[in-house]
Design a protein around this ligand. Sequence first.
Ligand code: ATP
Ligand code: MG
Length: 420
Amino acid sequence: MKIQSIRGMNDLLPEQSATWQYLERTVAELLASYSYGEIRFPILEQTELFKRAVGEVTDIVEKEMYSFDDRNGDSLSLRPEGTAGCVRACTENGLLHNQTQRLWYTGPMFRHERPQKGRLRQFHQVGVEAFGLTGPDIDAELLLITARLWKILKIDHAVTLQINSLGTSADRADYRAALVEYLNARRDQLDEDSQRRLETNPMRILDSKNPDTQALLNSAPSLEDFIDQESRDHFQQLCAMLDAANISYEVNPRLVRGLDYYGKTVFEWVTTNLGAQGTVCAGGRYDGLVEQLGGKPCPGVGFAMGVERLVLLLDELGAVPDSVDQAVDLYLLAVGNVEQQALVLAENLRSDCPNIRLECHCGGGSFKSQIKRADKSGARIALILGEDEVASGTVGVKYLREDRPQKTVAQSELSGLLGS
Ligand code: ATP
Ligand code: MG
């Protein structure tokens, strides 16, 4: 029996990786231009880190983590998100001591969810975090980065920004109590999932996709009314900054996010082009998290983008530029007993034209079979090296995509000719 991959954990084939590389390259360049530095930290951490950061009674920790005991009997987990590990790494390496940090990372995350379009068990995020800054200006900066990214990727028409303020944890505790009181009195009108959440994480009911629940929430207490003045001011200033920068947004008072560490600002970029999995980027402020994980108090704010969902969106919108195509420029045929000379010619060409993409035929075969391969490679030009060419120091140049006559040129002139 063949061994199969794990459900919800996909292979990425070369054909698709071109789009991934385009996205990763674009993001990396953009973040560098805003002075964000890349940080890398392990995929495995102590389970306790995620329990403390994400929260014991969140879906992620309760149901979705890949946790196991290692050979020493320590409980480890594959990271379900990046912020916890990022904070851990920053604290451990003294990065948060009396300084600000603007950081980003990318890589796989793991959640045992029900696999479907845009929802996987191994998925990938680009995460961005800023530490040491309390004001709404840095919240705005993060949103400006994302807005600019959508523009560069030409998907800005397909995503909208939702923002909300969660206030302080005391505000949320008061609100939670009021919400629970309201919903408890209407318990029988809730579906099973929301009834369960009423006990564990009642604010997540605000997220419910059930239209009856949403209708019920219309007359429920609103989080807005429980937010303290400082959070209110912070939020108002953020909105003013977004207005000034011409970023459209929608205030969604029911936006709560599924991780416990958020306070004050939260946001999501959503699209209607991907069905139910419409959130392509989400984040918010987490001023208490560093301390909660044992560091000195240090404010933080960040977001994570779902790479798979962005790739799906790019494909759906036909927004991947043609230049992302990975086809080679040249395919060098080695016809006859000339493999050695072909390899040397190819190496010389690579030295003379460092940007050229050249595939060298290996494995011999007839001219006919080699030219077929050349065509399949997508190359614009086939270079033909046979025993005659080797003897005369020349090479045949055959245009595969244009109606131009084949010609013979001196090998020494080849690098000058390429590009024309
Ligand atoms: P959702 O509501 O879609 O489950 P979430 O609130 O669990 O998202 P976050 O933990 O904030 O998501 O992660 C940030 C982003 O990572 C999401 O907006 C989404 O784009 C992506 N993401 C999260 N979980 C998955 C998954 N299982 N598969 C693919 N992408 C995911
Ligand atoms: Mg989720």
